[in-house]
Design a protein around this ligand. Sequence first.
Ligand code: FMN
Length: 175
Amino acid sequence: MRALVVYESMFGNTETIARAIGEGIDASMHADVVEVGAAPDTVPADVTLLVVGGPTHAFGMSWPSTRRDAAQRVTAVVSRDRGIREWLGGLPGATTATEATTFDTRVTSRVTGSAARAASRRLDRLGYPMVAAPVSFRVSDITGPLVGGELDRARAWGKALGAEVAARRPSRPIS
Ligand SMILES: Cc1cc2nc3c(=O)[nH]c(=O)nc-3n(C[C@H](O)[C@H](O)[C@H](O)COP(=O)(O)O)c2cc1C
């Protein structure tokens, strides 16, 4: 029983949130937090909780063109290879009992498109049961920083997710 947190990040804010979610999950089960460029192309069978997150770009998941736009704003970006759109696009349908959920970061709190909602729809189509609704974490401007309190909220969200999945999967069979 373990969790896999796959994140995409241009300026580091989503990476920071992903690590905080992983810390929260760690209270219940081990969580591997992996940048999307290094993520496995299939979800390993021992992963009971899959959490996927990225920055909201143009009301959804990033595209190569929006990542190029982001790259022009800073000297180096975190995710240089691919985004969660491409990773999810290559992921085969679910074959294990992995439960999943998604998160994103974004500037606006207005009800507009969100990378997390788009990623959640994709995972749902692939047959992953959703353990929780998609969640957004706020940055104060395009390159950050995170809005105050968001790291604690991410840790608490991760803790609740881990606890919920672990409660349904006792680590030792009951004899
Ligand atoms: C090309 C581009 C498009 C963006 N589009 C949106 C958007 O539609 N809605 C929004 O709230 N934020 C938008 N943002 C802000 C990003 O969500 C923000 O840069 C991201 O949350 C920062 O996370 P990161 O540091 O992990 O890259 C956009 C940013 C870029 C660079």
